[in-house]
Design a protein around this ligand. Sequence first.
Ligand SMILES: [Zn+2]
Length: 230
Amino acid sequence: MPTERKYKEEIVRYGRMLHERCFVAAMDGNLSVRLKGDRILVTPTCVSKGAMRPGDLVIVDVEGRQLSGRRNVTSEIGMHLLIYRMRPDVAAIVHAHPPTATGFAAAGMALTEPLVCEVVMGLGCIPLARYGTPGTSELAQTLEPYVADYDAILMSNHGVVTYGDTLEHAYMKMETVEHFAQIALVTHLLGRQQPLEKVDIEKLLTARSKYFGAKIAAAMPLPRAPLKVS
Ligand SMILES: [Zn+2]
């Protein structure tokens, strides 16, 4: 079991990666890890995720009360607490505003087409939650219908949240969502899509249970007719 210091270093490292890849701008985004004893290690508000130090991080309890840290906790802590409460298997959460996936979220479009086999296998589909004002309980409420069944959610007119059993897995899901959004965008530019057939999705489902076991939550997308943009 890594020490708290190791987890702090890990959050700093993945925060820097979010910033380097332009998944966040200015002070955007937040990351957290569930520690022993029902405590959450989380990023503070008003700090660039590209320039954090381990000492900037704060620890809160499951009610969001600050237990340690000099800085104030992120205003989006309610979203993290909801996910930890609903998903005992989740130990880390990443929230960012990657431009292409956030573009889909701002266009009111979910990423639910089965277009890429590895995305179907790893994440299923990525639903779109309705808009909720950041920093309020409304934001967590908009995510609630999806948290149990998906590991990555688009947040309308806002960004993306991903989570997993480790911070590495939560972060990798964020990269996958943005990469998939870029691919989906190209299919829209090309004016057509060729979704995977039902039989192929079923084979991916079998492969997924083999590789990931029952741990993975995400629902599979349903095959749809090819999209033709006129
Ligand atoms: Zn945000």
